[in-house]
Ligand binder design. Structure first.
Ligand code: TXA
Ligand code: MG
Length: 327
């Protein structure tokens, strides 16, 4: 199959939407990362997505909508606190786990009776979903375990030959996946930290808890048990003040080293390269997967700056630790 990269013009969106309606799969941009889309009503399309990604079948897919009112076609029920978040946040990088509507095929959720749903803050994506006229499943459009794609080129690298179209929306602004929060629990549970933080959510819905662990052999969110986001070369983390020393030491062992650091944190050295991650955690996150994909080809080892686990730093550290296989 030849994979075509489409400019996001109306006639192209219509063409891509028809592919979805007819049971095919297509990649679309969002504000977080690119998604691999198919109809949430079509078991065959859903299983083709698992195959294209090489994703285990028990790791559920989230469902995307282009209009808030369509949440009713994905969820059987909207708990009160979820309704508040939909009203205040969507469209947003916020995925809510809700009771599943029967119309969503069971392959989407790996048999769970809950479903993740989100309306992205991305005009092209929402226009595309409306044209599809069905809820659109959309895991990140990377091969399983690889860094999520934040440009059409990244998607092409992983999906060339497997899908007919990639809708090119340019670079994803946020660059890391949405916050995932389970709204079926009395106290909502955050399974995946993201750009929308507990500090944003709690003034509206009260306490939330963060669940990063597999407890009692049970996995609250199946995605937690799999390795994620990893570059092909080795990767370790170090705090700002240790980056240069760690890089020097690894260089002495003969490794070709790159340091991913926020601007101005490390002075340049003949022993290692520096990849500028921007001035703050927001730009660090938005450059993260691009940096992984560029650096894995050129270096033996990535040494990435660790950051404080607060605000967006929590989401950033979650991705960094998983990529470095620390958790
Ligand atoms: O930003 C995003 O969320 C992107 C873009 C394309 O929208 N999508 C994305 O999807 O990251 P995916 O499939 O790569 O990650 C969804 C995560 C997985 O870790 C999965 O285990 C979890 O959400 N999840 C999905 N449905 C769930 C459910 N019913 N209960 C618990 N966890 C669920
Ligand atoms: Mg993913």
């Amino acid at each position: 199959m030849i994979t075509e990269i489409l400019k996001p013009r109306k006639e192209n969106l219509i063409k891509a939407a028809k592919t979805i309606t007819n049971g095919g799969i297509v990649c679309f941009p969002t504000e977080t990362v690119y998604g691999l889309g198919g109809s949430a009503y079509d078991s065959k399309a859903v299983s083709n997505i698992f195959i294209a990604k090489g994703r285990p079948n028990d790791n559920p897919l989230i469902v995307h909508i282009g209009d808030k009112k369509d949440v009713k076609s994905v969820a059987a029920e909207i708990p009160k606190k979820a309704a508040i978040l939909i009203d205040k946040f969507w469209p947003a990088p916020l995925t809510m786990i809700l009771p599943k509507n029967k119309s969503i095929v069971s392959e989407v959720t790996g048999g769970l009776d809950t479903v993740g749903v989100r309306m992205p803050a991305h005009e092209i994506a929402c226009e595309f979903f409306k044209l599809c006229k069905v809820p659109v499943v959309g895991p990140s459009a990377n091969t399983s375990t690889r860094p999520s794609p934040t440009s059409a080129e990244h998607v092409y690298a992983d999906m060339n030959g497997k899908i007919p179209f990639i809708i090119d929306g340019g670079n994803c602004l946020i660059g890391i996946e949405s916050t995932v929060i389970d709204m079926t629990q009395e106290i909502p549970v955050i399974y995946r930290p993201g750009f929308i933080t507990p500090e944003d959510l709690e003034p509206l819905i009260g306490d939330t808890v963060y669940c990063s662990k597999i407890s009692d052999g049970r996995v609250a969110s199946p995605g937690m048990k799999y390795r994620h986001y990893a570059p092909l070369c080795d990767m370790i983390l170090a705090p700002a003040n240790e980056l240069a020393a760690v890089a020097e030491e690894r260089r002495k062992k003969g490794l070709n080293v790159v340091v991913l650091a926020k601007r101005g944190v490390v002075s340049s050295s003949p022993s290692f390269q520096i990849y500028d991650m921007g001035a703050d955690n927001i730009s660090y996150a938005s450059n993260l997967y691009k940096a992984f994909r560029e650096c894995e080809k050129k270096y033996d080892l990535i040494i990435a700056q660790s950051v404080e686990e607060e605000g967006v730093g929590r989401a950033l550290m979650n991705r960094l630790k998983k990529a470095a296989a620390v958790i």
